[in-house]
Design a protein around this ligand. Structure first.
Ligand SMILES: [Zn+2]
Length: 144
């Protein structure tokens, strides 16, 4: 079993009354963002979760310590979402990955870009990452 930090997920209780099994009292919790479920045996900052969850997810789903995606350039292949906020995400247009709204994160399953009026999430089958080729400003590079 692994220990997840309550503060790194959006856990809420799924049972109305504390469960009592053989004298062990616990609450069952579920994270509304990543769907992780676990048990809290005493009121604490830890939730006991199953080993099947990856360490990355257990450590943090709410606010990734390192956002590996922010600032990356993506090219839309086909955005399947409809609605005004997605109006600028036309096929083949380029966008930078932005900071997600509070409670969300850029993950391997999708990233946030600036839509019309608000950030929107593109799913990983709707875009490709584009490598930004840095321009060389100095023709001569000093060798030390
Ligand atoms: Zn979570």
């Amino acid at each position: 079993m692994k220990q997840a930090f309550r503060s790194r997920h959006a856990f809420s209780k799924t049972n109305l009354v504390t469960i009592n099994k053989g004298g062990r009292m616990y609450d069952e919790l579920k994270c509304s963002i990543c769907g992780m479920t676990g048990r809290m045996y005493v009121i604490s900052e830890y939730v006991t979760v199953a080993d099947k969850y990856s360490d990355d997810l257990v450590i943090n789903c709410l606010e990734p310590m390192v956002d590996n995606f922010k600032g990356k350039l993506i090219q839309v292949t086909q955005c399947q979402a409809v609605g005004k906020p997605f109006a600028n995400l036309l096929t083949n247009t380029y966008h930078l990955v932005v900071t997600p709204p509070k409670g969300y994160c850029n993950r391997s399953d999708g990233v946030w870009v600036q839509g019309v009026g608000k950030p929107v999430k593109l799913l990983n089958n709707e875009f490709n990452f584009i490598e930004i080729k840095r321009r060389k400003f100095n023709q001569k590079t000093k060798k030390s």
